[in-house]
Design a protein around this ligand. Structure first.
Ligand code: GRF
Length: 201
């Protein structure tokens, strides 16, 4: 079994797709041990509650610095034997300290075809640039922002009349498929990292 710990700051629709995939038996080798949020009002916490999943709000403001905050996150995850950390709309950048602790065991999803449009507002960036295709990327997190080895990507068309919201909705539908898929591959030990490349068995 792969024990996962989810980090989420907001809506939690990707988290929900992971919950559903476990409950439906698609992720049959995955146990969601807990969700941690840095936002006490995150819908992700309510979703966890509804599904009987341990949910913890850790207020960054209660800590002297990011290091202390991250040590607290690590400590609650270690208490629950978390193997894989899944960032699902977690709006903070993890420090090199955290990344080193969970080297190659932190996944993130970003709503663009990386390395295009890293950081905030990827859909706005995509529309402004005028790309005809956008999409989403699941990758291992490294010390950079949206920069680690890529596990899965899915493309979607950009339409002439797209707004940020309509493009985001089209991309999100695919996010909800590829995140569970990437976690499944991990849980079946089918991912092998060679430099920047992730080989799928
Ligand atoms: C998603 O688009 C994800 O790719 C990005 O933040 C958004 C989070 O949405 N990192 P949700 O909280 O999973 O609904």
């Amino acid at each position: 079994m792969t024990n996962i710990g989810v980090l989420a700051s907001g809506r939690g629709s990707n988290f929900q797709s992971i919950i559903d995939s476990v409950e439906e038996g698609y992720l049959d080798r995955v146990a969601i041990k807990l969700v941690i949020s840095d936002n006490g009002n995150a819908r992700a916490l309510e979703r966890a509650e509804k599904h009987g999943i341990d949910n913890i709000y850790i207020n960054p403001g209660d800590f002297d610095d990011d290091r202390d905050f991250e040590e607290e996150m690590i400590s609650v995850m270690e208490d629950r034997d978390v193997d894989l950390v899944v960032m699902a709309g977690f709006m903070r950048i993890l420090s090199p300290f955290f990344i080193r602790h969970y080297r190659n065991r932190v996944m993130n999803i970003h709503p663009s075809l990386l390395p295009s449009f890293q950081g905030l507002h990827p859909h706005k960036q995509a529309l402004e640039y005028g790309v005809k295709v956008s999409g989403c990327t699941v990758h291992f997190a490294d010390e950079g922002v949206d920069s680690g080895p890529i596990i899965l990507q899915k493309a979607v068309p950009v339409k002439d009349d797209d707004t940020e919201d309509s493009l985001a909705a089209r991309v999100l539908e695919e996010e909800h498929k590829i995140y569970p898929e990437a976690i499944k591959l991990y849980s079946e030990e089918r991912l092998k990292i060679e430099g920047r490349r992730v080989m799928i068995d």
